[in-house]
Design a binder for this molecule. Structure first.
Ligand code: ATP
Ligand code: MG
Length: 165
């Protein structure tokens, strides 16, 4: 839908804040891509924009952290799920029923378990010749809940849009 480029962590946090402005109760956001690409940094910017005051840290060992903001924020990291069966331990459907927004790091590993509608963000390290803080973020709306907001998303994210050759 739109490809973005950020030049530092503050820009990735600003992208996340722009997405947070468009988010609604019940939304799911999937973050995937390279180790250290900025999935947790994105979530921190996202949470800050939702008014979360607590420090957001990676839930690598607990799988899920929950934060209070304008909306409830469930922060999930499935990187350490050892086998597909453990997805059930996550109780994702129950979590979604709780309301709020759910952000899933490494969510691409559990696509079959996801609801039909989610915003898919793929983060990757930029070409090293561009400097070590460059990141690419590929944003795709999946399902009508997000495709209906495509135009608003594109408008909100335009300032980070990758210039196409
Ligand atoms: N443009 C950028 N966007 C995001 N993070 C950046 C950027 N430039 C540098 N960084 C740095 O890269 C690191 C990203 O780490 P972060 O933990 O957010 O990645 P991650 O994708 O969650 O990693 P993991 O796969 O281990 O969960 C941070 O130290 C951050 O400061
Ligand atoms: Mg992380």
């Amino acid at each position: 839908m739109i490809q973005l480029r950020t030049e530092d962590v503050a820009a990735t946090r600003a992208v996340a804040a722009a997405v947070a402005d468009l988010v609604r109760d019940g939304d799911v956001i999937l973050l995937s891509g390279d180790l250290g690409a900025g999935k947790t940094a994105f979530t921190q910017g996202f949470g800050a924009a939702l008014g979360v005051e607590e420090r957001i840290t990676s839930p690598t060992f607990t799988l899920v952290h929950e934060y209070e903001g304008r909306l409830l924020l469930h922060h999930v990291d499935v990187y350490r799920l050892e086998e597909a069966g453990e997805v059930f331990d996550l109780a994702l459907p129950e979590m979604l029923d709780d309301g709020g927004v759910t952000i899933i790091e490494w969510g691409d590993l559990i696509v079959p378990e996801l609801p039909r509608d989610y915003l898919d963000l793929r983060l990757s390290l930029g070409d090293i010749t561009e400097g070590q803080d460059v990141r690419k973020i590929d944003v795709t709306a999946v399902g009508s809940a997000w495709t209906a907001r495509s135009a608003s998303l594109i408008a909100a994210l335009r300032s980070w849009a990758e210039v196409q050759d």
